[in-house]
Write a protein that binds this ligand. Structure first.
Ligand code: SAH
Ligand code: SF4
Ligand code: F3S
Length: 441
């Protein structure tokens, strides 16, 4: 059958879609980019904010018309919204054929075959069997791949639905990660992105207490990956700030291939709000950790996630977030308006900040960010950067795009020898609003 997969949400979902796509291909199906050409439409969904769910539901609802014309069409939902709503989705969307929770993704080929044969409607949302070593990364473009090293989350930040829809935190075995990374490198992959809700808790058996300063299985994993011939860059997302202990920081310093960019979710700069969010650090802890990391690796760039309008967030709390963000000087930030998630702890708190006010706070942080990014980019003009070449720019077919280890996007004119995955030196000649322009050396 021809199968079209549409993915919403985070990189974990992208990776799951790739893995499911690979399983379906192995089972004899063909993946198609056009939804109109498909016999099966599979929506991999996100629940992190209400808007994410509404978007997916809107799209799936719209497919009803298509199904009226083509009654044989099979429509399925997987991912976090599938897990959260289960068979309620079948009731809400009468043209939906199946719902596959986050622990049942590996059964997609079997379920699709069953529906094609019997035209039953199914919702499977049981937790993942323990022995599953997670779906390996199959999907890859030629030079970059994502590898999930943990699944689930045990932290239960009060606003967050992820621990409920992704289940308990489990680390994948070190052997299987290393084997996969070696295989990918041998196949030409130059960059890997390690994925997990809290990657730095890798190998800690789900214990939510940060380890002692000399203990970090994540650091050991990075060191082993750093030795793999052919791999050039190792990225990871997201680590929780409290896990950057001495052991991990010294590994970051030693491992040449580990990129000098950290996505370090802050969420809020107010201790009162951090506490209400069940984040186990203070603004001072965060500030000190960034300073310590910068002392160890001066070139480090930081990106972050911030929520505005958490219940009870006052103008003062917001100002503390804004000040801390400006002080740290993030090179990138993802700012979210608080969205109550039924099932998460904070949903029982009154959503005190109006939508308008959330938007105002959101826009203030975005304006700060834009101004700051502009300044940072301008400061890089005249420098020479090592860039991992990605391919033809999506904006201008005469140019190529690449990325620095510090995660700045660079556009440049290609020469005859440029290849995706190649590392090249680029002299930065000009700064745009969000990216850099340069010349290959
Ligand atoms: N595991 C990652 C975060 C995954 S969710 C981590 O802890 O680093 C990605 C981001 O979505 C979070 O960092 C948070 O900023 C935001 N987010 C999560 N739940 C939210 C909610 N209910 N409303 C608004 N933003 C939310
Ligand atoms: Fe959600 Fe917190 Fe877990 Fe991240 S660490 S997935 S924000 S509960
Ligand atoms: Fe990712 Fe959304 Fe699920 S952010 S883990 S797809 S709720």
């Amino acid at each position: 059958m021809k199968i079209h997969i549409k993915t919403y949400g985070c990189q974990m979902n992208e990776r799951d879609s790739e893995a499911v796509g690979a399983m379906l291909t192995e089972a004899g199906h063909t993946l198609v980019a056009e939804e109109n050409a498909a016999d099966v439409l599979l929506f991999n969904t996100c629940s992190v904010r209400d808007a994410a769910e509404r978007k997916a539901k809107g799209k799936i609802g719209y497919m009803r018309k298509l199904k009226q014309h083509r009654p044989d069409l099979i429509i399925g939902v997987m991912g976090c919204m599938a897990q959260r709503l289960g068979d309620r989705l079948l009731a809400e969307l009468p043209h939906l054929d199946f719902v596959l929770g986050t622990g049942q993704t590996h059964r997609a080929p079997e379920i699709i075959a069953q529906i094609a044969a019997d035209r039953v409607r199914l919702a499977e949302t049981a937790a993942a069997p323990e022995e599953i070593d997670m779906l390996g990364a199959h999907g890859r473009n030629s030079w970059s791949a994502q590898i999930a090293i943990t699944r689930g989350c045990n932290r239960f930040c009060s606003y967050c639905i992820v621990p409920y829809v992704r289940g308990r935190e489990v680390s994948r075995s070190r052997e299987s990660i290393l084997a996969e990374a070696r295989e990918l490198a041998a196949a030409g992959v130059r960059e890997i992105l390690l994925l997990g809700q809290n990657v730095a808790a890798y190998g800690l058996n789900g214990d939510i207490r940060p380890p002692t300063p000399d203990h970090s299985p994540f650091a050991e994993l990075l060191e082993a990956l750093n030795e793999i011939p052919g791999l050039e860059r190792i990225r990871y997302t997201s680590p929780y700030v409290s896990y950057f202990n001495e052991r991990l920081i010294s590994a970051l310093v030693r491992c040449r291939k580990v990129c000098h960019n950290i996505h370090l979710p802050l969420q809020s700069g107010s201790d009162r709000i951090l506490k209400a969010m069940n984040r186990q650090y203070t603004a001072a802890d965060y500030r000190n950790k960034v300073a310590e990391l910068r002392r160890a690796i001066p070139e480090l760039t930081f990106s972050t996630d911030v929520i505005v309008g958490f219940p009870g967030e006052s103008e003062d709390d917001f100002r503390m977030t804004r000040d801390l963000m400006n002080e740290v000087g993030f090179e990138q930030a993802y700012i979210f308006k608080y969205s109550p998630r039924p099932g998460a702890k904070s949903a029982s708190l009154e959503d005190t900040v109006s939508e308008e006010e959330k938007l105002r706070r959101n826009n203030l942080l975005l304006a700060d960010l834009q101004e700051r990014i502009g300044r940072k980019l301008a400061g890089l003009v005249g420098t020479t950067q090592e860039v991992l070449c990605e391919g033809v720019s999506s904006r201008n077919i005469g140019r190529w795009t690449g990325r620095t280890g510090t995660n700045f996007v660079v556009h440049f004119e290609p020469d005859a020898s440029v290849r995706p995955g190649a590392l090249r030196q680029v002299r930065i000649t000009r700064a745009g609003g969000v990216s850099l322009f340069g010349e290959l050396l």
